[in-house]
Design a protein around this ligand. Structure first.
Ligand SMILES: *Cc1c(COP(=O)(O)O)cnc(C)c1O
Length: 387
């Protein structure tokens, strides 16, 4: 079946006890197994059946089947947040003494976790400035490499094919955080990644109402990640959030088509506007990562960043004039969002690190929603004029 059909139907069946068609929300901590013998058999893994909602819950299980189908994975795991997904992957697959690589930039929370917390487990860390830098300098003892194909906030592109090829040479596992593109636009496992992960908070849920994380891949790796994530770290998603995430995923293709089409219109408008010094949008052929995204994904996503000359004061004026765009971090919601990374998401970085990441005081990041593009463009036009 095709992606749009799987988005709706995978993992979904009517409830055998009532016929309810929508996935029921199973609010329960524990599951009665009835007899001591059945309890023994379930704990021994001889009989299927639920035990305790930290290990597995039917609402979450239905969602995991849907996501596994969309990623082309043996298995998917849904956890409490994107950060829970990152940390579970690292703790499950790395040992003290291992070498882990990441390609700049990665999500700020991920960067901080790798540098400040993971290294305390005796794991050494190497950062690479680009896909090519990784290919040129990858250490022979690299156990795992983490990267994001389209990155925050300047939409710098890391080519999954280059990362996979270089990692294969040294036998490193490849973990792809595909939050910005989603499985609708690209499927990293098919490109050779070992695991794909997402902040489900963003496009997968799409409505800005939950926090969630997803990991998908082959059974051998997923069993390790699942055990660490749920049994050891203890970060299951709640059934209500699992329900909302599966509902969001049903319309992922429709929303992504709208995000992509709107982002293109907005980026074209901004590129032609005399007050906009620079536009970052991978759908433009002038963007250095354009070709890589065009060849590995079916769309360029819904994120656009711009530079306005005049630093914080100028950007604040512009942002404060926006009527439709909400000033907020996060991305991938049906509603459009705008933020000034240097004073918010990237404020904790040193000025030198911000410069290296190309996050100037002139930068504004836009998450383009699914509103009418004409209204979004009119809002941006009036805010630019007023600033
Ligand atoms: C938001 C985000 C995360 C972290 O996810 P949470 O759900 O906020 O924990 C990780 N990676 C990327 C690319 C993100 O955008």
């Amino acid at each position: 079946m095709k992606f749009k059909t799987l988005s709706v139907h995978a993992g979904q069946r009517s409830d055998p006890s009532t016929g309810a068609l929508a996935t029921p929300v199973y609010f329960t901590s524990t599951f009665s197994y009835g007899t001591a013998e059945e309890g023994q058999a379930r704990f021994a893994g001889q009989n299927p059946g639920y035990i305790y909602s930290r290990f597995a819950n039917p609402t979450t299980a239905a969602l995991e089947q849907k996501l596994a189908a969309l990623e082309g994975a043996d298995e998917a795991l849904v956890v409490a947040s994107g950060m829970a997904a990152v940390s579970a992957i690292m703790y499950a697959l790395l040992d003290a003494g291992d070498e882990v690589a990441f390609i700049d930039p990665v999500y700020g929370g991920t960067d901080a976790f790798l540098r400040n917390t993971l290294t305390r487990a005796g794991i050494s860390l190497s950062r690479y400035s680009s896909d090519q830098d990784f290919a040129n300098r990858v250490k022979a003892n690299t156990k795992l490499v983490l990267f994001e194909p389209v990155t925050n906030p300047t939409l710098k592109v890391i080519d999954p094919r280059i990362v996979v090829e270089a990692a294969r040479k040294v036998g490193a596992l490849v973990v792809c955080d595909n939050t910005f593109l989603t499985p609708y636009l690209s499927q990293p496992l098919a490109l050779g990644a070992d695991l794909v992960m997402h902040s489900g908070t963003k496009y997968l849920s799409g409505h800005g109402d939950i926090i969630a994380g997803v990991v998908a891949g082959r059974t051998e790796l997923m069993q390790k990640v699942r055990t660490v994530a749920l049994k050891h770290i203890g970060s299951p998603i709640g059934p209500q959030e699992a329900y909302l995430l599966q509902r969001g995923v049903k319309t992922l293709p429709l929303r992504m088509d709208a995000h992509c089409a709107n982002a293109r219109k907005v980026a074209d408008f901004l590129a032609a506007h005399p007050a906009v010094a620079k536009v970052y949008y991978p759908g433009h052929s002038s963007h250095p990562g354009h070709q890589a995204v065009a060849e590995t994904a079916t769309g360029f996503g819904g994120m656009v960043a711009i530079e306005l000359e005049g630093g914080f004061a100028r950007c604040a004026k512009f942002l404060n004039q926006l009527q439709l765009f909400a000033q907020a971090v996060s991305l991938g919601d049906v509603e459009s969002l705008a933020c000034h990374p240097a004073s918010t998401t990237h404020a904790a970085m040193t000025a030198a690190d911000r410069e290296r990441a190309n996050v100037s005081d002139n930068l504004v990041r836009l998450s383009i929603g699914v509103e009418d593009a004409d209204d979004l463009i009119a809002d941006l036009a009036q805010a630019l004029a007023a600033s």
